[in-house]
Design a protein around this ligand. Structure first.
Ligand SMILES: [Zn+2]
Ligand SMILES: [Zn+2]
Length: 344
């Protein structure tokens, strides 16, 4: 089934994005609108140019840093509701990155949930995902194939630490590629600082500062500068992929990336990585299926990535009224590649 622009009483996909007619607002719109509700601060969801923004308080500083200090921003914590025209709006945690929410809309006894990007397993940094009952569920499907299965975080960090120790023995600097918002904080939180000194790219430090200002327990690490280029034994540098070039031209570097895409070996080779570690801020196959079932929804709209395969699975195997949706979210890049410094 080809992607469509489905409509219902509560939600409709339009050429500006996902619209709520009874509330007269948009969710993560990709063209300028009067009222935008933002599920999270990744760049493909939070764009510039809207008249007013409503988002979770934990993403306020990041939104201001990325979109502009002058934006008209109202915040709403999870579990509290507001009324926008004829719609009642409540935020629930999405567990994707700090400040990420699922948006529940109620109107005359009907409910719809737009989940944005989400991850069903807790990461200790973002408010943990919660299942939300609804009639219509708008889900992502970035990793909506059975090949995507995440192992426990502790096992992934054991692998990262082993690689880091081997590099230290070989006199190499470890360079770990992680997007600056979400993935980087999660990686930094899990690193064993006893193995060696850890430096971060300045874009990561900026995000850490923003998140801490809004109450997230984001880690604090020194910024890597040219002055650090000496061969400090066992040093680790965490940097976004787009900023890695200058570092990786050196022969004494071992380069690795942390991403759900590292499941596919070809991606690692294509990116000329020495190692790939599978850790994602999105739900894996089991997580997506668990989330859809937990909503109890009979109608499901599928965005991001594997929209056709996952919606077909939900129709044919689960008996749901599921359709793939044509959107402008960039789901193929672990979601995080909507980051400005990482490019499309
Ligand atoms: Zn996304
Ligand atoms: Zn995202």
């Amino acid at each position: 089934m080809k992607p469509v622009s489905p409509q219902s009483r509560l939600l409709a996909f339009t050429d500006h994005g996902l619209y709520c007619p009874p509330g007269n607002f948009y969710i993560d719109p990709w063209r300028p609108v009067d009222q935008a509700l933002i599920t999270h601060a990744h760049a493909d969801h939070a764009r510039a140019g809207h008249g007013a923004y409503l988002a979770h308080p934990a993403s306020a500083s990041v939104l201001r840093a990325r979109i502009g200090a002058e934006i008209s921003l109202q915040t709403l914590p999870c579990g509290q509701s507001i009324t926008l025209q004829d719609a009642r709006v409540t935020f629930f945690p999405a567990g994707h990155i700090p400040g990420s929410v699922q948006i529940r809309i109620e109107h005359r006894g009907e409910t719809a949930v737009a989940a944005g990007d989400y991850k069903t397993t807790p990461d200790g940094l973002s408010e943990a995902w919660e299942p939300v009952r609804c009639h219509l569920f708008v889900t992502e499907s970035t990793f909506g194939l059975p090949i995507y299965h995440w192992r426990p975080e502790a096992e992934v960090f054991a692998e990262i630490h082993e690689w880091w120790r081997q590099n230290r023995e070989a006199g190499k600097t470890s360079v770990l590629l992680a997007y600056s918002l979400g993935k980087a904080q999660r990686v930094l939180r899990g690193l064993d600082r006893g193995i060696g000194p850890v430096w971060v790219h300045e874009s990561i430090q900026r995000m850490n500062d923003c998140l801490r200002a809004d109450g997230t327990d984001a880690p604090d690490f020194p910024v890597f500068r040219k002055a650090n280029r000496g061969n400090e034994s066992g040093q680790m540098i965490v940097t976004p992929p787009a900023a890695a070039d200058a570092l990786t031209r050196r022969s004494t570097v071992s380069l690795a990336q942390v991403s759900g895409w590292m499941t596919v070996r070809g991606n690692r080779r294509r990116l000329a990585l020495d190692r790939g570690f599978v850790l994602s801020d999105h739900a894996d196959w089991d997580g997506l299926n668990h989330a859809v079932a937990a909503t109890g929804a009979e109608r499901v709209w599928v965005t991001h990535g594997q929209t056709e395969a996952f919606s077909r699975w939900l129709r044919e195997e689960k008996g749901l009224d599921a359709v793939p949706v044509a959107t402008r979210f960039q789901g193929e890049g672990d979601g995080d590649n909507g980051e400005s410094e990482a490019g499309p």
